[in-house]
Design a protein around this ligand. Structure first.
Ligand code: CAA
Length: 411
């Protein structure tokens, strides 16, 4: 656990700006963009003007370098108003992180300043039709040809695809290698052979496009290879996900809070048996449980972000814990919120149906919650050396064989 969770003045200032944008540009239009499956450009523009894309870009490259906790606070505010817009914002941090953690100084100078100004949006292209949880089983290839790479294949579920200008694409550069097969390469929108082929018709987060990106002999300069060294792609992907998972978890905390707030307001208004339903103990229990879980998720997420900000050595486990717990919480809270709304909650006229649809993806993307639990368990087992002193307190009955436990027969 981090020793300290520090909310810097800058982080709180950015959180307040995000709240203003959420109230003015996001919540009032959430239903409209959900129905139309359209991107909320006004809100993105307002976020850019308020400097919200600078949060995750280091100071040397035109950002605020405000840290992971600040990024979580901003994402939470936006997602509270519309979970879809929360991810539309946060995915820019996800797509930029391979450049931030693995890029050369030249690459950072080339792409990050425009991202920080909100002039260029970003997407992260890892998943493929046959490579979801198995992130190392990629098929998209990048072959070196002189001073270029030639990329071929298809990526699936690219969030922000079409809107984004910069795509960090994970490709196989050495099919013969086991641990160094993959490299991350930047592809810019407009490069010949690059196209968006399928805009998905989704259950939720409908205001942000999720697409297939296709690469038909896309030639990019060799200088677009992130870090300038082949074979670093899987490590860059995993390091990125360690840093991005607190952010998707913050989206979930915002989504859960948004559902809870609606449920409280509605339960005060809705009367049955001559009284507001919020006066009934069964409804109160639901509201209390929703609030307890949301608050618990919030602090686990803040702890995981603070772990990153304070430079904790291994953030993988706590990032996975936060992602898993917060996203399960968002689904549970949305489900209970629909229950509080009763029959009206099932109707699209009421905003809670959208929250319910939006919540489902949270436990699937940026690593399913099954993968998060696997990551947590693997780390627990890896760290178990430090628990070996407890062996002495556990009897070893199970290690004795039945035979040796029997007295020897005589004669
Ligand atoms: N940091 C650095 N390196 C890491 C690492 C980490 N967190 N985790 C693993 N590695 C390294 C290992 O040390 C190992 O290195 P060596 O080969 O040098 O020993 C290598 O990577 C392979 O590690 P594993 O054997 O643990 O890998 P695995 O094949 O068993 O897979 C996994 C592990 C956790 C299942 C991983 O594949 C995974 O996270 N899958 C989920 C993918 C995912 O999250 N996709 C989300 C897509 S993005 C998205 O959804 C965004 C969106 O739309 C909004």
């Amino acid at each position: 656990m981090p020793q300290n969770i520090v909310f810097s003045e800058l982080a709180l200032e950015l959180q307040a700006k995000a709240r203003v944008i959420a109230d003015k540009y996001v919540r009032p239009f959430a239903a409209k963009y959900d129905k139309a499956q359209e991107y909320n450009r006004e809100a993105a523009q307002a976020a850019a003007e308020a400097g919200l894309f600078k949060v995750f870009v280091p100071v040397e490259y035109g950002g605020y370098g405000a840290g992971s906790l600040a990024l979580c606070l901003v994402t939470e505010e936006l997602a509270k108003a519309d979970s879809g817009f929360g991810v539309a914002y946060a995915v820019n941090a996800l797509g930029s992180t391979p450049i931030v953690v693995g890029g050369t100084d030249e690459q950072k100078k080339k792409w990050l300043p425009a991202i920080a100004r909100g002039e260029k949006m970003v997407a992260f292209c890892l998943s493929e039709k046959n490579a979801g949880s198995d992130a190392s089983g990629l098929a998209v290839t990048a072959e070196r040809d002189g001073e270029h790479y030639v990329i071929c294949g298809e990526k699936k579920w690219t969030t922000n695809g079409g809107v984004a200008d910069v795509y960090t694409v994970f490709c196989v550069t050495d099919p013969t290698s086991k641990s160094r097969r993959i490299s991350a390469i930047v592809v810019e929108k407009g490069t010949p052979g690059f196209s968006v082929k399928k805009i998905e018709d989704k259950m939720g987060i409908r205001c942000v496009p999720v697409v297939e990106t296709h690469y038909d002999n896309v030639r990019v300069p060799a200088g677009n290879l992130i870090g300038g060294r082949e074979g670093m792609g899987f490590a860059h992907a995993m390091q990125t996900l360690d840093r991005a998972r607190p952010c998707v978890a913050a989206q979930a905390v915002g989504a859960a809070q948004g559902s809870l707030d609606l449920a409280i307001v509605y339960s005060n208004r809705r009367k049955q048996f001559g009284a507001p339903i919020s006066s009934f103990q069964m409804v109160q229990k639901m509201l209390a449980d929703m609030a307890i879980k949301t608050e618990a998720a919030r602090w686990l997420v803040y702890a995981s972000a603070a772990a990153i900000d304070t430079g904790m050595q291994n953030v993988t486990k706590i990032a996975a814990m936060g992602k898993c717990f917060a996203t399960d919480t968002a689904m549970e809270v949305a489900t209970d919120a629909v229950q509080v709304f009763g029959g009206y909650g099932f109707m699209e006229d009421y905003p809670i149906a959208k929250n319910f649809r939006d919540a489902k993806i949270l436990s699937i993307y940026e690593g399913t919650n099954q993968v998060q639990r696997l990551v947590v368990a693997r780390n627990l087992i890896k760290e178990s050396e430090s628990l070996s002193h407890l062996q002495q307190y556990i009897p070893q009955e199970e290690q004795k064989s039945y035979k040796s436990a029997q007295p020897a027969k005589s004669g």
